[in-house]
Design a protein around this ligand. Structure first.
Ligand code: NAD
Length: 478
């Protein structure tokens, strides 16, 4: 008997969770659930994180969490508890299988069988945002080498374990050469260790178009957090309904299982939501905890129910459906089918589905890091970049000199174009003179001098090389 932490969530959460629990119970899952309350009520009761310390303790003790969707209240600075949980528990890998159930569930893609593996801890989901000037806000996109190595290795190991033929990577490294560039580089490095598995890379925009148009040409797709979030909703929806997709969030020690979709407040309390996403998540959980025969029984009963045409509203279709049912009635139909196999859809057999736990990340030896300049960000309400440059040149010192000004990344000095639209947020680059070794205190001198010259410096970013390779982007047009 294993103890699993249970969160019934918000919106349709309690309905789909109760439906799923009734199936787990009927199928004889050997699990004791310890329930915690998280989400909307907690947020509105003054827990800005949406979770109490006691609930954290329970989650950390039991290590496995089965969770229905949670509503993140709009505004008020509330952080998404889903994201907090994934990151705090180190659940770096989010696995989202999306397959069509043709001809029983309407889809334009009868052959679709895609697994999206989404990086779960970093990217823009670091949630580090600042307003820096009247006109400009920023969000930091953080991508780390350990983060890339962990998720990409996971994707290849997943492909190997489940007999998948190809791993595809989506990034936007033609634009984000440092962040997405690192993800792509690591993908190429890791792919070399798996010669038996085909690999390919697509720029995310055309990759997304191909996924929406011909998903049957993809197998496993690995991508950074934000793209994975967007693409997995698209993939689930084009497979039949966002209500069908289950997802596993896996870390070194803990795991969390949930539906892909959100709390669907528009249909909450009506007994019409499709519980399939959470049912599929429960199957992933049962496999993870070694109860693969129970998982198999539920998955086959679920496939049979779909095949019987017993459908919730989101997938109901005049031709293929035989009965439009609510959440509870759908669960009852699955329970009645326990022990039955699908007749047309392939039935499943789960053998070794023990957790795919990778060795702990080993930090690489540090590269030779050399400071070669600084970007000084300035809030300035003028329009003429030449005027700003003449003010900023006064900050030059014996080691640093102004070499470039950009506005929203576009070069506006020297030799900017008058057509370029400028905001009040200027990036002003000071480079070490004649490639000299720069002392960090020279950057402090620049900041002091900015203060003396009444220049509103809002932040600095040091410019480094690593083993002689530039570790920062050039300005557009530079
Ligand atoms: P959503 O996924 O809740 O709903 C999108 C659309 O899909 C709605 O029309 C909804 O009715 C439909 N839908 C979703 N699940 C369904 C199901 N099981 N059966 C039938 N139809 C279903 O997305 P949203 O409306 O953008 O988000 C609502 C809330 O959920 C927000 O507060 C958001 O932050 C939260 N959310 C939570 C999670 C999570 O807990 N992991 C994930 C995504 C969104």
């Amino acid at each position: 008997m294993i103890t699993v932490t249970l969160a019934k969530g918000d919106g349709i959460g309690p309905e789909i969770m109760d439906a799923t629990l009734s199936i787990l119970n009927a199928a004889g899952a050997d699990i004791t659930f310890e329930e915690i309350e998280v989400g909307e009520k907690k947020y509105l009761n003054g827990h800005t994180t949406g979770i109490s310390d006691n609930a954290w303790e329970t989650i950390r003790k039991n290590k496995i969490l089965f969770k229905a969707p949670i509503t993140t209240p709009q505004g008020g600075g509330y952080k998404s508890l889903n994201v907090t949980m994934r990151k705090t528990l180190g659940l770096y890998s989010n696995i989202r299988p999306c397959s069509s159930l043709h001809p029983f569930v309407q889809t334009k893609h009868p052959e679709m069988d895609v697994v999206i593996i989404r990086e779960n801890e970093e990217d823009l989901y670091a949630g580090i945002e600042h307003q820096q000037t009247d006109e400009v806000v920023q969000c930091l996109k953080l991508i780390s080498r350990p983060g890339c190595e962990k998720i990409i290795t996971y994707a290849f190991e997943y492909a190997k374990r489940y007999g998948r033929k190809k791993v595809t990577c989506f990034t936007k490294d033609n634009i984000m050469k440092q962040t997405d560039g690192l993800f792509h580089d690591v993908f190429n490095e890791v792919a070399l260790r798996y010669p038996e598995i085909e690999n390919e890379h697509w720029i995310v925009d055309i990759g997304a178009a191909l996924l929406a148009d011909s998903p049957e040409s993809f197998d496993v797709i690995v991508m950074p957090n934000l793209y994975g979030d967007v693409m997995s909703d698209i993939a689930a929806q084009i497979a039949g309904s966002v209500g069908l997709g289950g997802s596993a969030n896996i870390g070194q020690e803990c795991a969390m299982f949930e539906a892909i979709h959100g709390s669907a407040p528009d249909i909450a309390g009506k007994d019409i939501a499709n519980p399939s996403g959470l049912i599929n998540a429960s199957v992933m959980m049962l496999n993870h905890i070694g109860q693969n025969k129970v998982a198999e029984n539920i998955q086959n009963a679920w496939l049979r129910t779909i095949e019987d045409g017993v459908h919730t509203n989101d997938i109901y279709d005049e031709v293929m459906s035989t009965k439009r049912v609510g959440t509870r009635a759908f669960a009852e139909a699955v329970i009645a089918n326990l022990g039955n196999l699908p007749k047309q859809l392939p039935s499943v057999t789960f053998e070794d589905n023990s957790p795919l736990v990778l060795p702990k990340y080993q930090r690489k030896p540090a590269k030779n890091k050399k400071i070669v300049g600084v970007d000084l960000f300035v809030d300035w309400h003028g329009e003429d970049a030449n005027m700003l440059a003449s003010k900023l040149q006064k900050l030059n010192n014996d080691e640093l000199e102004l070499v470039l000004i950009t506005n929203r990344g576009v070069k506006v000095w020297p030799q900017g174009f008058k057509e370029t639209f400028c905001t009040d947020h200027w990036r002003c680059r000071y480079a070490a003179k004649d490639g000299k070794v720069l002392q960090k205190r020279k950057i402090i001198e620049i900041l002091k001098s900015a203060l003396e010259h009444d220049i509103d410096a809002i932040k600095t970013e040091n410019l480094y090389t690593f083993d002689g390779v530039r570790g920062y982007s050039l300005g557009q047009g530079q």
